[in-house]
Design a binder for this molecule. Structure first.
Ligand code: GRF
Length: 199
């Protein structure tokens, strides 16, 4: 059974959705550890209620790589095969990314390369795009940048606010992340340049 390490900072709904897919049998994996860099993350409480192993490694005021070394050691102790960022609000150091080549996934609430960074849904509404979506991608050393594993598009309605759009997108995120994780765990893909090609 492949083992996931999930990194969170807040609400934890994507982490919860992954746990839900596993419980429902639609994702063949186990969550080895949920790590938060923020002590108050609501996702930590959700994970504990589900009986998932959790660790908090507070990052405030810590040197980035020193913090990442602690995180990496914890992932190793739990023999993690794949790391999933799920609302992890901290940039990872090049050192961390080099330890786990093509073993870190992120989910981002836009159709990358549009609207990287914070508040992607607000960026989309304010820009006036008619279509947006969510992206699961491998993490490289640049923000919201690595090879794209999966995307889903949705329409932006004239009545949308960042909040209504976020809520609709979140439902898509929860489905897409599990699908992308399943693909990566299956190993049935190859990467050519930036392209993730199913095999
Ligand atoms: C999601 O919108 C995700 O795409 C982005 O951060 C948010 C995390 O939400 N990276 P949650 O903590 O999973 O509920």
């Amino acid at each position: 059974m492949k083992r996931l390490g999930i990194l969170i900072s807040g609400r934890g709904s994507n982490m919860e959705a992954i746990a839900g897919h596993i419980a429902a049998g639609s994702l063949d994996a186990e969550i080895a550890i949920v790590i938060s860099n923020r002590p108050g993350a609501r996702g930590l409480e959700i994970a504990r209620q589900r009986g998932l192993p959790t660790v908090c490694i507070p990052s405030q005021g810590m040197d980035r790589e020193a913090h990442d070394r602690l995180t990496f050691a914890t992932l190793q102790n739990h023999q993690v095969d794949l790391v999933c960022l799920a609302g992890y609000m901290r940039l990872l150091s090049p050192w961390f990314i080099q330890q786990l080549p093509q073993r870190i996934l992120n989910i981002h609430p836009s159709l990358l390369p549009a609207f990287p960074g914070l508040e992607a849904q607000r960026q989309a509404v304010e820009y006036g795009v008619k279509v947006t979506g969510c992206t699961v991608h491998f993490v490289d050393e640049h923000l919201d940048h690595g090879p794209i594993v999966a995307q889903t598009a949705i329409a932006v309605e004239d009545t949308d606010t960042p909040e209504t759009l976020s809520a609709r997108l979140l439902r898509e995120e929860h489905r897409l992340y599990a699908e992308a994780i399943a693909l990566v765990l299956s190993g049935r893909y190859r990467i050519e340049g930036r392209r993730v090609i199913r095999t």
